[in-house]
Every structure is written in structure tokens, then in C-alpha cells.
Design a protein around this ligand. Structure first.
Ligand code: NAD
Length: 507
């Protein structure tokens, strides 16, 4: 790694572009990647990208570490993870600053959400490591004692996106290693820095070398090499639905277990009896968090006709108060998008929507002045769009909310379900029956009632339909990184078993 220009990154003490077998190293692909601060356009760091040979080394390190780590007692694994939570806590401010520099997230978001959420998740899996549950051992057929062993799967290959780099690394690494697996993680090449910091803290926490390996590299090179590697037994992927489809295809060649956390297009359903002020503020916060680059962000608001005009006017007013600015400034509400490419992608969706008759009520452009040098895009509200238009159906991953009206409760729920995605949703109502019906009928892995976004380590996160399968966070995620083995011990000692009659006849 060269040109560590930024103070925050220097303070993070990242000494290489990869962390393999407990040692800093650089990727050997011969390719480099320049990371730029999306708020200023300033160069932050150049990483030396990994290639297939580095994946081989990392998988070998993880394979070598597996026997000892998988046989460590749950108490030992738990203690190591508890030490990791303390170490990350000691460097919380450095993590927050580096996350802000590499991803453009407002510092108040990284300080109050990304970093404390990650520490809490590490602590949760420190507890989960000691919570191996299963059926009671017993003589289910009268002649054999059956027991269930819950075992680690082996070497896990994980591939993460750029929108919550530290949290994604934690959500991938922690349940896997708590359960006794070892791991090779590839963060997104544009945001690898906090994952590398975490790998170094893993070493400092006394977790054996090779248990956690982190490689910076391109998806098509390092990602595919992880997917195809015969030494990797499970792939855990978070990212877009098109890449998730590819992950499943490649992993199928070696019959790997697959865990997919994919895209979202969360509906936000406002019934006529909703608290309008709560719904308006919820919609603005839920659509603009992390500049809308959140897989669960509110993206499609469906508002029952009597509230529609007031909701649109209210959202436009509140969006107008959001302070766009330098993400290092504690007063900033919304920073830039993660990159100029991402900004162009979002802007292109809005331009095309204008072309097919949409009304852009507010935003819909990149700001000028001091912010022109960054990848900023204004909070944007779009109406007068058809349900089947791309801006309603596809994931933009930007600070854009579309609003459509609906008439009956059935219509609202049908519209909410009418995309290929099913990650998260919310319903806004003061009627208990509407709330219960929405929570039953909306096809999504999470349905919030009268809020949108909050998550907790103790509860599962993961999609339905095109948003993938498998859960992150909670005991459900821990269980996914284990495989269940039935052990059956014959207890009568008889040489001739009763069931042998089916083979030997009556002899
Ligand atoms: P992406 O799919 O482009 O990339 C995700 C990761 O996959 C990156 O590390 C990338 O390098 C890698 N990759 C790309 N091509 C690959 C290939 N052919 N083989 C293997 N790996 C490959 O996604 P992104 O743009 O980084 O992140 C945004 C996406 O992530 C959005 O769709 C968002 O909804 C999704 N996301 C989902 C969740 C969830 O929990 N469901 C959480 C966060 C983000």
C-alpha cells in the first residue's frame, strides 16, 4: 500500500492492502486501486490489489487454522471475541473517521450507528459462541442413542459491499468465527480500510493467525477466485441481486453452501389513519440515511389517497431542511454518495424519469458551490410515476424517494409486494388490524410498523424473493454458519439387529 495521505487513514495504522495469516501484506495481482475521498475528490490511498495467488494463500491459511479454531471451546472463542469488542471500542473514533473518509458517510452516522452497532454485534456473537442449541440426546427408536452435533462448516468465503463497510465485515466475520469457522473476506475494493483495521484488531485480540483473512481485490478477480476455490465450503455474499445470481452460479460448481443478502426496494405504506408527522419524518429519514445507499432504505412510498397531497408537501418541506455538506462536520445530515459513478447512476435514473413524465418535486440535481467537487446529490422527491417504471421497480441506491397514491388497503399491500425484491418494508397506521395485516401480508424479511430502519443485533436481517436468503445478525445467522450432524450410537450391544431381517430374511 502506498501514498497514505490522509491523517485518519494514517491513524488507522493500516500497513498493507491485505491481512493474511495474521500478517500485513500487499496483493500480488500487479493491479492497483486508487481510493478518493468522495467529499473532496482528494486522493486517500492506493491499494495493491490481490489476485488468485493471494486467494490461494488466504484459503491455505484459513484451512490450516480451522482444526484448532473449530475445536477451541466455546468459552475460549467467546473470550477472544469479547477482547475484540473491547479493542474496536478503544479505536472507535479512528474507525468512525476512516469510514467517513472512504465512504463519505456523515461522521454522526459513523459515530452513532456504524461503529457502536458493529461493537454491539461483536459482543452479541461473543455470547452466541456459547449458545449451541439442539435436540436432547435420546433413544428415539428405543435401541440407539441419537445426538445432534452442531459443527462449523469449514473455510467461509465472504464478499461484502461498500455501503456499510465495517458493519458488513462484522456481520460476515463474527457469526462465522463464533461458530468455529475460519474466513477469507473480500471487502468492496473502494472501501476496504475499516475491514483491514478490523483484521488487525482480530490479531491483537489473540484470535489465532489465519482465522480471519482480508483481501482487497476486484469482484471479477478475487471474488470469483473465492467462489470457485475448492477449499472454500461456504460463500456468504452481500451485494446486488445481479452479482448474487452470479455468486450462486459459480458456487454451484463446487456445491458450496450459499448465503445471499441482496438488493432491496423497500416500500413505505402510509394508511389514511397514520400519524402524518411521524410518516413524513420517517420517510425523509428512512430514504436519506447513508444518502439512500442502504439496502433497506425507504424508496417507494405508497400513500392512501386522503393523505397523499399533505404527505408529498410535508416530505418536500422536511427534505428542504436536510443539511448537505462535509461528512466530517458533525452538523452534516447528508454527505456525498460513495463515488462519482454512483452519483451518475442515480442522476441518470432521475433524468430518465423526467423523460417519461415524472415530476421532480425537490432535488434531482447535484449541488453547486463548495460541494461541486464531491459526489453529492440533493435529497430528491419524485411523483407522477407509474408502478411499472424503472424508478419504482429497480434499486437506485441514492437519496431518492418516489411517492405513489393508492385507494384500498388491498391496493396498498399489492403495490408494496409488486417488485422482485423483498428485503424490508414499513406500514404506517394507528389501527391494530391494519398493522397486523400489513405485517402478515407484506412479503419482506422485515416489516416495521410506524418506523423504518432500526435494526438490532439480536434480531435477524435478510430477504425474501429477489433479496436473497439466509439471515445476518442474531442467533439465526450463527446457526447458518453451522452444519448439523446426527450421531447414532447403538445401545443394546446385540450382534443381530432386528432390522437385519429386511436383508437376511428369517435366517
Ligand atoms: P455489488 O454486487 O456490485 O458488489 C458487492 C461485492 O461483490 C463487492 O465486493 C464486489 O467487488 C463483489 N463482486 C462484484 N462482482 C463479482 C463477481 N463476479 N464475483 C464475485 N464478487 C463480485 O454491490 P455493491 O454495489 O458493492 O453494494 C450495493 C448492493 O449491496 C446493493 O444492491 C444493496 O442492496 C446490497 N446490499 C444488501 C444488503 C443486505 O443485507 N441484503 C446489505 C448491504 C448492501
Amino acid at each position: 500500500m502506498t501514498h497514505v495521505d490522509d491523517k485518519a487513514v494514517a491513524a488507522a495504522q493500516i500497513l498493507g492492502s491485505a491481512h493474511i495469516a495474521g500478517t500485513w501484506t500487499d496483493g500480488t495481482s500487479g493491479e492497483f486501486h486508487e481510493i478518493f475521498d468522495p467529499a473532496t475528490g482528494e486522493h486517500v490511498v492506493t491499494t495493491a490489489l490481490a489476485g488468485p495467488a493471494d486467494v490461494d494463500r488466504a484459503v491455505s491459511a484459513a484451512t490450516a487454522a480451522f482444526p484448532e479454531w473449530s475445536r477451541a471451546t466455546p468459552a475460549d472463542r467467546s473470550s477472544a471475541l469479547a477482547r475484540l469488542a473491547v479493542l474496536v471500542g478503544e479505536r472507535a473514533e479512528a474507525y468512525a473517521e476512516v469510514e467517513t473518509v472512504q465512504a463519505g458517510k456523515p461522521i454522526k452516522l459513523t459515530r452513532e450507528f456504524d461503529v457502536p452497532g458493529s461493537i454491539d454485534n461483536i459482543s452479541f456473537y461473543s455470547g452466541a459462541a456459547r449458545n449451541l442449541e439442539g435436540k436432547a440426546s435420546g433413544e428415539y427408536d428405543g435401541t440407539h442413542t441419537s445426538s445432534v452435533r452442531r459443527e462449523a462448516v469449514g473455510v467461509v468465503g465472504s464478499i461484502a459491499p461498500w455501503n456499510y463497510p465495517l458493519q458488513m465485515a462484522v456481520w460476515k466475520i463474527l457469526p462465522a468465527i463464533a461458530a468455529g469457522n475460519t474466513i477469507v473476506l473480500k471487502p468492496a475494493e473502494i472501501t476496504p480500510l475499516t475491514s483491514l483495521m478490523l483484521a488487525d484488531d482480530v490479531r491483537a485480540a489473540g484470535i489465532p493467525d489465519g482465522v480471519v483473512n482480508v483481501l482487497t481485490g476486484r469482484g471479477r478477480v478475487v471474488g470469483e477466485a473465492i467462489l470457485a476455490h475448492p477449499g472454500v465450503r461456504m460463500v456468504s455474499f452481500t451485494g446486488s441481486t445481479p452479482v448474487g445470481t452470479r455468486v450462486m452460479q459459480v458456487a454451484a460448481q463446487t456445491v458450496k453452501r450459499v448465503h445471499l443478502e441482496l438488493g432491496g426496494k423497500a416500500p413505505f405504506v402510509v394508511f389514511e389513519d397514520a400519524d402524518l408527522e411521524a410518516a413524513v419524518h420517517g420517510a425523509v429519514a428512512g430514504s436519506l440515511i447513508n444518502s439512500g445507499q442502504d439496502c433497506t432504505a425507504a424508496t417507494r412510498a405508497y400513500v392512501q389517497r386522503p393523505l397523499y397531497d399533505a404527505f408529498v408537501a410535508g416530505v418536500a418541506d422536511v427534505m428542504g431542511t436536510v443539511r448537505l455538506g462535509d461528512p466530517r462536520d458533525a452538523a452534516t445530515d447528508q454527505g456525498p454518495l460513495v463515488s462519482w459513478d454512483q452519483r451518475e447512476r442515480v442522476a441518470a435514473y432521475v433524468e430518465r424519469a423526467r423523460g417519461y413524465g415524472a415530476t421532480v418535486v425537490c432535488g434531482g440535481r447535484a449541488p453547486g458551490g463548495d460541494l461541486a467537487k464531491g459526489a453529492y446529490y440533493e435529497p430528491t422527491l419524485v411523483v407522477d410515476v407509474a408502478q411499472d417504471s424503472e424508478i419504482v421497480q429497480e434499486e437506485l441506491f441514492g437519496p431518492v424517494l418516489v411517492v405513489l397514491p393508492f385507494d384500498t388497503d388491498d391496493d396498498g399491500i399489492a403495490l408494496a409486494n409488486d417488485t422482485p425484491f423483498g428485503l424490508a418494508a414499513s406500514a404506517w397506521t394507528r389501527d391494530v388490524f391494519r398493522a397486523m395485516r400489513a405485517s402478515r401480508d407484506i412479503q419482506a424479511g422485515c416489516v416495521w410498523i410506524n418506523d423504518h430502519i432500526p435494526i438490532v443485533s439480536d434480531m435477524p436481517h435478510g430477504g425474501f424473493k429477489g433479496s436473497g436468503f439466509g439471515k445476518d445478525m442474531s442467533q439465526y445467522s450463527f446457526d447458518e454458519y453451522t452444519q448439523v450432524k446426527h450421531v447414532s450410537l447403538e445401545v443394546t450391544g446385540a450382534a443381530r439387529k432386528d432390522w437385519h431381517r429386511t436383508v437376511f430374511g428369517d435366517r
